[in-house]
Write a protein that binds this ligand. Structure first.
Ligand code: PHE
Length: 394
């Protein structure tokens, strides 16, 4: 069955040359005449955009998100789409790079003239996109970017996940109350807004809860040798080592930490969420904990039904990116259905009203800052899998 979406990575996509695109252009009529934020009207389809890291060191983020979005569109299109129009998504691969994410957003806005944009995962990339979407009055929903500043770019930028001041609090609380740790060190990625933000919050909250931060070290995304930082951390003998990074770097960090004899319990955030973490980190990540948006072990029928449907479609258990991608697409469709008309400003207004939306990664009510307020889960890594250990309420 054909999914109602295009899956062309940016390299292959030549705007204006694909059959689908020219069909959209001719159906849409006045190409070039409309203003950004006012997509060409097409009687059969509504075009939205998606930007993600389909390749590169965070590839699983983009792929899982895309799968979640695809599933939501397939179901919602079968369910009438938006006023009988089929929702079609144009997807661009940004290779995990902020410059590419910005370019892709610009292309979606100016050339494809999408009604709305879904993405990105990494906060740094979402910030780059938001700077394009906001002035163009094109609503953007990031499924999973947690850095506070993302939605502060403006009133067209939304997210369906919690924010890092809460995520960092949740782990600091878990470390002091559940793990009873008294001392910590932090290893952060200085190229990632996400990592820097989480490192700050964790440091502040862990200290507030009575713990002591013994030291903070930094690396830059893409580094492969973390031995100097880890040697410095080893000397401090912290009870826990907080590493708010993405899975590729974290896998390597965990291995090198254990090789050097770092004994501290490793802790992290949602950026750890990828099956690749277990491949890269092997037994070095066993016994670590990270905060996340959802657990596949959640027994709620809503979550279990989603897992079954996702598995039937893609053959794997959805991670939190897939769950949040699914939620973001469904919130987007609900907003388009409720909007007074299919324009950027009208869809924005409808999205801002999102309340008690039944997401698979928790109920979604958007606050006045366009952020969702929801619980976080703490997962433990054991034998190449995660295990639910706690839920932390906001
Ligand atoms: N929260 C991360 C960020 O803002 C992205 C992420 C979300 C990664 C969920 C994995 C899982 O950069």
């Amino acid at each position: 069955a054909a999914l109602a979406c295009e899956r062309k990575p940016q390299e292959e996509q030549r705007p204006g040359t694909s059959a689908q695109e020219s069909a959209e252009r001719s159906d849409g009529g006045a190409a070039g005449a409309a203003q950004p934020g006012t997509p060409p009207q097409d009687s059969n389809t509504v075009l939205i955009g998606e930007v993600g890291s389909l390749t590169g060191s965070e590839a699983t983020f983009g792929i899982s998100t895309r799968n979640g979005i695809d599933l939501a569109l397939k179901q919602e299109n079968a369910n009438g789409g938006v006023d009988g129009k089929k929702v079609v998504v144009r997807v661009y691969d940004d290779q995990g790079k902020p410059e590419e994410a910005a370019n892709a957003a610009t292309r979606l806005i100016s050339q494809d003239r999408v009604l709305l944009i879904l993405g990105e995962v990494a906060s740094t990339n979402s910030l780059a996109m938001a700077a394009k979407a906001q002035p163009a009055q094109v609503p953007m929903i990031t499924p999973s970017s947690t850095n506070t500043r993302v939605t502060e770019v403006g009133d067209y930028i939304f997210r369906v996940c919690f924010i890092d001041p809460f995520q960092g609090f949740a782990m600091a609380k878990f470390a002091t109350e559940n793990l009873k740790s008294k001392t910590a060190a932090v290893l952060k990625d200085q190229k990632s807004d996400y990592s820097l933000g989480l490192a700050d919050v964790f440091t502040k909250k862990f200290t507030e809860f009575g713990g002591k931060i013994l030291g903070t070290e930094a690396y830059a995304k893409g580094d492969t040798d973390f031995r100097a930082q880890l040697t410095a951390i080893k000397r401090l003998r912290p009870g826990v080592l907080y590493v708010p990074g993405y899975y590729t770097d974290v896998g390597l960090i965990a291995r090198q930490a254990r090789e050097l004899g770092v004994k501290s319990t490793l802790l992290g955030g949602d950026g750890w969420d990828s099956d690749k973490l277990f491949e890269l980190g092997g037994s070095a990540v066993d016994g670590s904990y990270f905060t996340n948006h959802y657990s596949p072990q959640d027994p709620s029928p809503r979550v279990q039904r989603f897992i079954q449907e996702y598995k039937a479609e893609f053959g794997s258990i959805p991670d939190s990116l897939a769950a949040l991608g699914y939620d973001a697409a469904r919130v987007a469709i609900e907003g388009m259905r409720k909007a007074k008309e299919l324009t950027g400003p009208a869809v924005r207004d409808a999205l801002a009203q999102t309340k008690d939306f039944p997401g698979v990664a928790g109920n979604i009510t958007l606050d006045e800052k366009r952020n969702a307020v929801k619980p976080a889960v703490v997962l433990k890594v054991t034998g190449g899998k995660t295990e639910f250990v706690a839920s932390v309420a906001p």
